[in-house]
Ligand binder design. Sequence first.
Ligand SMILES: *Cc1c(COP(=O)(O)O)cnc(C)c1O
Length: 226
Amino acid sequence: MPFPELVARVAEVRDRIGLAVARGGRGQAVTVVAVTKTHGAEAVQAAAAAGVGDVGENRVQEALAKMAETSAPVRWHLIGHLQRNKVKSLDRFALFQALDSSRLADAVNEFGVERDNAMKVLMQVNFAGETTKGGFYPRDIATESERLAGMSGLEVKGLMTMARLDAPESELRQTFAAARDAREILRSAGHPATELSMGMSSDYEIAVEEGATIVRLGTILFGERE
Ligand SMILES: *Cc1c(COP(=O)(O)O)cnc(C)c1O
């Protein structure tokens, strides 16, 4: 059986999340998204068998290939950049977590209107200011969320962010708190923004203490990627 330790790792992660929710005192429910990128479809199967019903992929082509190889009953999340000419693949995903530009938003909206089905998205926000990472800059959130509020082809469920890798705890908390504040801006603009997707293998407990409702975990579940 591939990933023989997965069941135990999922149990430990869920325990730690429970403790972090208690420490954070916000009482939120937390969805674990198993990030299966670079692993084969057997990782998706293993996640489902271990009771994790949400999987995340950062590349569309890789995700579609795995979808074709497994009928595991999971919700697929796209957590990486999407090219505008590939928006049609969004109807295969439960949630697109990486809406990172106005032009992409226009394309997603157009597709949702055409399908008569609002695409569920998270705005990706670059709080860490790293130029290597995509996403809206914090200063643009208010304007952009007002603009998106007029679009019937997409539904902004919240936001996704990545903290700087190896950042000290104080900086992680600052980033995650900024994300929490930004969610309020989305709500004020009328979006049904309940989700805060933040926290990866190295920082998910702090993210949950700060209010994460979705954590995206790869390494801690499946081991190091090649
Ligand atoms: C790869 C990836 C993750 C998972 O990272 P780990 O450190 O392996 O848990 C989470 N979010 C995004 C956007 C990713 O690309």
